[in-house]
Design a protein around this ligand. Structure first.
Ligand code: NAD
Ligand code: UGA
Length: 466
C-alpha cells in the first residue's frame, strides 16, 4: 500500500520535528500537521523562522526547506483527516490530575478525542499510528472508539513510539538507534506495518526497523524511558553516598561506565531528571504494575521517581546548610530554566521545584535562561504556587521576589549564591571574574550539573557540587 498523504494530530515537540523530518526525507509524501491550538499553528507558520514554537538545533533549517512544499501546518483537522491515508497521533498524554489513577495513570483524553475526530471525519479506510507514549493496550481502546463511532470504514492501529530526546531531536530522527512498529498479527495489520516501514526505509537502514505486536511496542516505550531514568537515579543516589564518604561521583561514574556491560551513557550525575516524560512514563508503569497485581514491581520503579525528588531536595539543602535554614534577604541566581540544554522546554524542570523550595525559605531569585521566555518562567512558578492553594495576593507577594534577566552577568548582581541548574554550553565559558565582582558574601557557587571548572574560579568563589 503506497502512502501519499499523511497527517499528524499534535504539533508539539514530537509532532513538529518528526513530521518535518518525514517531509524532508519523503518529498513525494504530503504531510499536514494539525493542532487545536491556533496560536501554536500560527507560530509554526510564522514568516520569522526564529518564532517557530519548538527550539531544536537543525529544525529551523528543515522547516525553511519543506514548509509550503510538502509540509503544512493547519487547524483544519477535518480536511487533514479526509485527505490522509495514514494519521499519526502525537498529542500530549500527561499524568491524570483527577479520577481513577490520579497522580499516576496517563490521561488519555487527548488521544481518545483525536480518535473520535478521526472516526467522525474518516471518508475511507485509515491507518492510525500511535506516536504519543501510551499505556499498554491503548491501541485496543482506540480501535474500539474508531469502529464504534464509524462502522463504514476499517481502521488499523499501529504503535510507533517516538524515542527522540529534546535538544538532539533532529539528530535522533535522522539516525535512530531503532524504529519500532507494532501492529496486528493479521494480513491487514501486516499491510499497515509494511506501509509505515516503506516510509522509514527512505532513510533508516531496514535492520534498524523492528516489528512487533502492538502491546510489545507500547510497553517497550515505557520500559526504555524507565530504564534510562533508572540509570540517572542510580548515579544520583550514589552522588549522595559520595558526599558522605569523600568519594568523587565523577570518578565513580567514569569507573563504573568503563565496564562495557554497563556503558557510560546516562550516568551523568545531576540535579535530577526533568522533562515531560520520564516521571510521567514511570508513574504510568507503576500504575500498570499496581493494576496488574504486581506491587513489588510497582515499588521498584516508584523508587526511581522518589530518588529524583530526593536529589532536588538535597540540592536545596546544600544551600540551606550554609544559611542556617533561612534564606530571607538572600538573593540566589539560578542559571538555567529548561530541563536540559538545547531546548526551550521547561516541563518538569528541576529548576521549577528548586525555585519553589527556595522561595518557601524566603529567598529572592534572579533567573537566567538563554531560551525559555521570561513569561513562561513566571507561569511555571505561579502554577506551583497555585497548587499550594495560595491566594492571588500571596502569590504576587512571592512572585515579587523573582526577577528574570536577559543578561547572565546582570543576573548575578548582589547575589550571595549562584546555582547552576541546566548544562547550557555557555555556562562553561563564563567570565567568573566579572561574576565575582557582582556577587557578595559568601560567594557560593552550587553546581547541579558538574560543568563549572574550579580552575576558572578565584579563591573567593566557593564551589560545591551536588
Ligand atoms: P506537546 O504538548 O508538545 O504537543 C502536543 C500537542 O497536541 C499540543 O500542541 C496540543 O495542543 C495538541 N493536542 C492535544 N489534543 C489535541 C486534539 N484533540 N486535537 C488537536 N491537537 C491536540 O507534547 P509532546 O512533547 O510533543 O509529546 C507528545 C507525546 O509524545 C506524549 O505522549 C509524549 O509522552 C510523547 N513523547 C514526547 C517526547 C518529547 O521529547 N517531548 C519524546 C518521545 C515521546
Ligand atoms: C527522554 C529519552 O532520552 C528519549 O529517548 C525519549 O524519547 C524522551 O525522554 C521522551 O519519551 O520524552 P528527554 O527527556 O528529551 O528524552 O531528554 P534526556 O536526554 O533523556 O534527559 C532527560 C533528563 O535527564 C534531563 O533533565 C537531563 O538533564 C537528565 N539527565 C540525562 C541526567 O541528569 N543525567 C544523564 O546522564 C542524562
Amino acid at each position: 500500500m503506497k502512502i501519499s498523504n499523511i497527517c499528524c494530530i499534535g504539533a508539539g515537540y514530537v509532532g513538529g520535528p518528526t513530521m518535518a523530518v518525514i517531509a524532508l526525507k519523503c518529498p513525494e509524501i504530503n504531510v499536514v500537521v494539525v493542532d487545536k491550538n491556533e496560536d501554536k499553528i500560527k507560530a509554526w507558520n510564522s514568516d520569522d523562522f526564529n518564532k517557530i514554537p519548538v527550539f531544536e538545533p537543525g529544525l529551523k533549517e528543515i522547516i525553511q526547506e519543506v514548509r509550503g512544499k510538502n509540509l503544512f501546518f493547519s487547524t483544519d483537522i477535518k480536511l487533514a483527516v479526509e485527505q490522509s491515508e495514514m494519521i499519526f497521533l502525537a498529542v500530549n498524554t500527561p499524568t491524570k490530575t483527577e479520577g481513577q489513577g490520579m497522580g499516576m495513570a496517563a490521561d488519555l483524553t487527548n488521544v481518545e478525542n483525536s480518535a473520535r475526530e478521526i472516526a467522525k471525519f474518516a471518508n475511507n479506510n485509515k491507518i492510525v499510528v500511535e506516536k504519543s507514549t501510551l499505556p499498554v493496550r491503548t491501541a485496543e481502546k482506540l480501535k474500539e472508539i474508531l469502529e464504534l463511532s464509524n462502522n463504514n470504514y476499517r481502521f488499523q492501529v499501529l504503535s510507533n513510539p517516538e524515542f527522540l530526546a529534546e535538544g538532539t531531536a533532529i539528530k535522533d530522527l535522522f539516525n535512530s538507534d531503532r524504529v519500532l512498529i507494532g501492529g496486528d498479527d493479521s494480513p491487514e495489520g501486516e499491510k499497515a506495518i509494511d506501509a509505515l516501514v516503506d516510509i522509514y526505509k527512505k532513510w533508516i537502514p531496514e535492520h534498524k526497523i523492528l516489528k512487533s505486536n502492538v502491546w510489545s511496542a507500547e510497553l517497550s516505550k515505557l520500559a526504555s524511558n524507565a530504564m534510562l531514568a533508572q540509570r540517572i537515579s542510580s548515579i544520583n543516589s550514589l552522588s549522595a553516598v559520595c558526599k558522605k564518604t569523600g568519594a568523587n561521583i565523577l570518578e565513580v561514574s567514569e569507573a563504573v561506565g568503563a565496564d562495557s556491560r554497563i556503558g557510560s551513557k546516562f550516568l551523568q550525575p545531576s540535579v535530577g531528571f526533568g522533562g515531560s516524560c520520564f516521571q510521567k512514563d514511570i508513574l504510568n508503569l507503576v500504575y500498570l504494575s499496581i493494576t496488574n497485581g504486581l506491587p513489588e514491581v510497582a515499588e521498584y520503579w516508584h523508587q526511581v521517581v522518589k530518588i529524583n525528588n530526593y536529589q532536588r531536595k538535597r540540592f536545596v539543602n546544600l544551600i540551606l546548610e550554609k544559611f542556617e535554614n533561612n534564606l530571607s534577604n538572600i538573593t540566589i541566581s539560578l542559571f538555567g530554566w529548561s530541563y536540559k540544554k538545547d531546548t526551550n522546554d521547561s516541563r518538569e524542570s528541576a529548576s521549577i521545584y528548586i525555585s519553589e523550595m527556595l522561595l518557601a525559605k524566603g529567598a529572592s531569585l534572579n533567573i537566567y535562561d538563554p531560551k525559555v521566555p521570561a513569561a513562561k518562567i513566571k507561569v511555571d512558578i505561579e502554577n506551583r504556587l497555585i497548587l499550594q492553594d495560595l491566594n492571588s495576593k500571596d502569590r504576587s507577594q512571592i512572585l515579587s521576589r523573582v526577577k528574570i534577566f536577559n543578561d547572565i552577568y546582570e543576573c548575578c548582581s548582589n547575589v550571595s549564591v549562584v546555582a547552576v541548574l541546566t548544562e547550557w554550553l555557555e555556562f562553561k565559558n563564563l567570565d567568573w571574574q566579572l561574576i565575582e565582582k557582582q556577587m557578595k558574601d559568601p560567594y557560593l557557587i552550587v553546581d547541579g550539573r558538574f560543568i563549572i571548572s574550579k580552575n576558572k574560579l578565584s579563591n573567593k568563589l566557593k564551589l560545591i557540587s551536588i
